[in-house]
Design a protein around this ligand. Structure first.
Ligand SMILES: Nc1nc2c(ncn2[C@@H]2O[C@H](COP(=O)(O)OP(=O)(O)OP(=O)(O)O)[C@@H](O)[C@H]2O)c(=O)[nH]1
Ligand SMILES: [Mg+2]
Length: 412
């Protein structure tokens, strides 16, 4: 029914443009260093004693300001390598600047996704509305827009194949029907991988333990602060672990979120071993009978095998403190890096077996299509989305509401 060959040619042209952008991003990220693996801890080598050279200290609330500059001089070669990798990552980042949310923005998901929506659906309404019937041009244009919106080649191809199949099977010729079918297929893809349990459910007799990981600057610490705010407001006892021990400023940042939300933070600037902080935090959260422990980790590139090993070690040490933990390992993905997010998710998932994602900066210039590629290709659920920098700017991910907002569609 449709000119598949002609479309394929157009698709390849569109994909080439897109690939160039993706390759630039990937090359920039892959320029990262690969420091050697950290020394094995006692717990790592099979002993049950934690590698905790220092006693855990619960951070006393204070009026300390959050240091946002670089931390003190690195103490060791390892630290220097890491600091270089952070600097490289920052320098090579092609992530577009995220606009500061305007105070007049309303809090609805629809308004928060305004820029993202325009990236995906600029003119999409016109595309469907302006057409009286479904033809090759309409399908081709739709396909190009999905690819350009970071939906990814494989997922776009699958969506287009299902759409054309539906059109030919049901003999429909109404563009509105095509739009509704696209909506349904997008929602189904996201719903297929969503968890059935509510996030961070209470475990029987022990805290629910979440580890949050991702590359530098993706929004890990901010998302943890927002999660603390959310769960605290629900009346849960929350503990945070400052296991990004590399930068003093990172610990201070988490402490500041803790103070603002009246949530305690385990860890302090100067602690050397992230696994040791995590171990102490699990022990402390268990002793206090916390409902939830959220562990912040240092940013790392998925290409840095030494730092990825260190993350694996942190997770194994947590399991020494609580055999059932961690319950979740969440990857924070900055949606504005586009297709490179898929590469990151795939490699983090290989290294540490992720349970899900938090997708941040969807209030910015991100195109949003990446969530479909991640759901489709990796089968990972998205638990929360970040739509701003404030404490309340984290939303549980709801496929229908998300696709409604993205496609500028009236909810049913
Ligand atoms: N607009 C917007 N900004 C965000 C969002 N999430 C995080 N940010 C901002 O992104 C920047 C980096 O956030 P962090 O939470 O420090 O990122 P991180 O992953 O902890 O970074 P490292 O600890 O350096 O690896 C901060 O300026 C945050 O305010 C979001 O959903 N929307
Ligand atoms: Mg951080």
């Amino acid at each position: 029914m449709f000119g598949f060959l002609k479309r394929k040619k157009r698709k390849n042209e569109a994909a080439e443009v897109h690939d160039e952008a993706s390759q630039d991003l990937t090359a920039a990220v892959e320029a990262g260093d690969e420091p050697s693996a950290p020394a094995e801890s006692a717990a790592e080598s099979g002993q049950s004693a934690p590698p905790a050279p220092e006693p855990a200290r619960e951070t006393a609330p204070s009026n300390r300001a959050v240091a946002d500059g670089p931390s003190a001089e690195p103490a060791s070669d390892d630290d220097r390598l890491r600091q270089e990798s952070v600097a490289q990552s920052a320098a090579s980042s092609t992530t577009p600047a995220v606009a500061t949310p305007k105070p007049e923005q309303s809090g609805s998901l629809f308004s928060r996704l305004a820029k993202t929506r325009s990236g995906l659906t600029e003119g999409l309404g016109d595309l469907f509305l302006g057409k009286k019937q479904i033809d090759d041009d309409l399908i081709e244009e739709l396909e190009t827009r999905l690819i350009m919106a970071d939906v990814g080649q494989a997922t776009t191809a699958a969506l287009i194949a299902e759409l054309t199949d539906e059109v030919s099977r049901k003999h429909v010729n109404d563009p509105e029907h095509l739009f509704e079918t696209l909506y349904r297929l997008m929602v189904e893809r996201l719903e297929a991988v969503q968890p059935t349990e509510p996030p961070a459910r209470r475990q029987s007799g022990r805290p629910h333990v979440m580890v949050v990981c991702g590359i530098n600057g993706g929004g890990k610490t901010t998302s943890i602060g927002k999660l603390a705010h959310r769960f605290k407001a629900e009346g849960r006892d929350v503990t945070l672990a400052a296991a990004d021990t590399f930068r003093a400023a990172a610990v201070e940042q988490l402490i500041s979120w803790g103070e603002r939300n009246d949530v305690r933070v385990i860890g302090e600037p100067g602690r050397g071993d992230p696994a040791s902080v995590a171990f102490d935090a699990v022990s402390s959260a268990k002793a206090r009978n916390s409902d939830l422990l959220i562990v912040d980790t240092a940013g790392r590139l998925h290409t840095q095998s030494g730092l990825m090993d260190e993350l694996g070690k942190l997770i194994r040490v947590i399991a020494k403190a609580e055999p059932e933990a961690p319950d979740e390992v969440l990857l924070v993905i900055d949606a504005s890096i586009g297709q490179n997010a898929l590469v990151q998710a795939r490699q983090f998932n290989q290294a540490v077996t992720l349970t899900g994602l938090i997708v941040t900066k969807l209030d910015g210039t991100a195109k949003g299509g990446i969530v479909f590629a991640i759901a489709d290709e990796l089968g990972l659920p998205i638990h929360f989305i970040g739509v701003g920098e404030k404490a309340e700017d984290l939303r549980p991910f709801e496929p229908r509401a998300f696709v409604d907002a993205l496609l500028d569609r009236q909810p049913d």
